[in-house]
Design a protein around this ligand. Structure first.
Ligand code: NVA
Length: 314
């Protein structure tokens, strides 16, 4: 058994990422083609934070793979309060084929992965949202003509550079060979060690990573413009303080006009129109956000197929 987890974007290599993205495109065209969970075998889907896309896409995806999506309400389970992460891991690991977990600290996910004995998938932590970035890369691949055309595409992300999406764009984009540019205000930059890891991955994959405070330079000729909420889940108490610093990073029509003519706009959702993006952009012709949301389903199914296949190997 080769137990692999997807705790962050760089839990997989560049070739493994390409393999998963190609599989995702294949199963988008033939949704019930692979059924590794037939039986049905169960996959535990847990979330400690609000969810729409994650719950739906994982539960539908597990069902389409022939399995049973066991949605665990972590408020009832009290993971880390009523029962330790370690005890939850030892209970769940004997009954499910994989665990999908949205939580706060990356350390909680790592503790789970260390004890559970089945693949663990990060469905968003404070630091990373790697399933979303897999779906985003799939969406970019569809726009540029395939997975092999991802290398060299410039992706400009404007907004909170310290959040999970920015940090996953750095690692996941670097693995794909993208030119990732994060434009963010001072005080909201990605962690230095993540930028360093992304730079090392980008050097191997032929891409690059840049962190800047200049949104105009960031979007110049970008093929992909992305943003995210200025107030991530768990930061609601900072909402007022998180408006003024981010205003220069709002994605509007003028920003999109600086990007490449064929540029697409991505947003992981939920979106706040009039804050990080104008309605004209997210509801306009360059927006791919609905494809992006759908692609969560296909990308995560491909990821689960790949992880289960690895787990089945000697
Ligand atoms: N950065 C956002 C992503 C939501 C999918 C958050 O963590 O709330």
């Amino acid at each position: 058994m080769t137990l692999r987890h997807f705790l962050k974007d760089s839990s997989i290599s560049s070739p493994e990422q390409s393999e998963i993205l190609r599989l995702a495109l294949e199963i988008k065209a033939d949704r019930l083609k692979y059924q590794p969970l037939r039986g049905p075998k169960a996959v535990g889907v847990m979330t400690d934070k609000p969810t729409l896309r994650t719950q739906v896409s994982f539960c539908v995806g597990v069902a389409e793979l022939g399995g049973y999506p066991m949605f665990v309400d972590s408020r009832l389970a009290g993971v880390g309060q009523r029962e330790s992460v370690a005890d939850v891991a030892r209970v769940l690991g004997r009954q499910v084929s994989a665990i999908v977990w949205r939580t706060f600290g990356q350390d909680r996910l790592e503790e789970m992965a260390g004890l559970v004995g089945v693949p663990v998938v990060n469905a968003l932590t404070d630091d990373f949202h790697p399933c979303q970035v897999l779906a985003d890369l799939m969406t970019v691949a569809e726009a540029v003509g395939g997975v092999s055309s991802l290398s060299g595409v410039k992706l400009a992300y404007l907004g909170d550079g310290s959040n999970n999406m920015a940090q996953s764009y750095l690692l996941g984009g670097a693995l794909a060979g993208l030119e990732v540019v994060i434009a963010c205000p001072a005080g909201f930059q990605p962690k230095a060690e993540i930028v360093a890891e992304a730079a090392a991955l980008a050097a191997l994959a032929g891409g690059g990573v840049t962190v800047t405070s200049d949104p105009v330079a960031a979007v110049a000729n970008a093929g992909v413009v992305a943003t995210d909420t200025w107030v991530s889940m768990g930061q609601e108490g900072e909402a007022d303080a998180r408006q003024a610093p981010f205003l220069p990073y709002r994605v509007d029509g003028e920003v999109m006009a600086l990007a490449a003519p064929e540029a697409i706009f991505l947003h992981c959702l939920p979106a706040y129109r009039g804050k990080e993006v104008t309605a004209g952009v997210i509801d306009g012709p360059q927006s791919r956000v609905w494809d992006e949301a759908e692609n969560r389903l296909h990308a995560q199914k491909a990821l689960l197929i790949w992880l289960l296949d690895q787990a089945g190997r000697d």
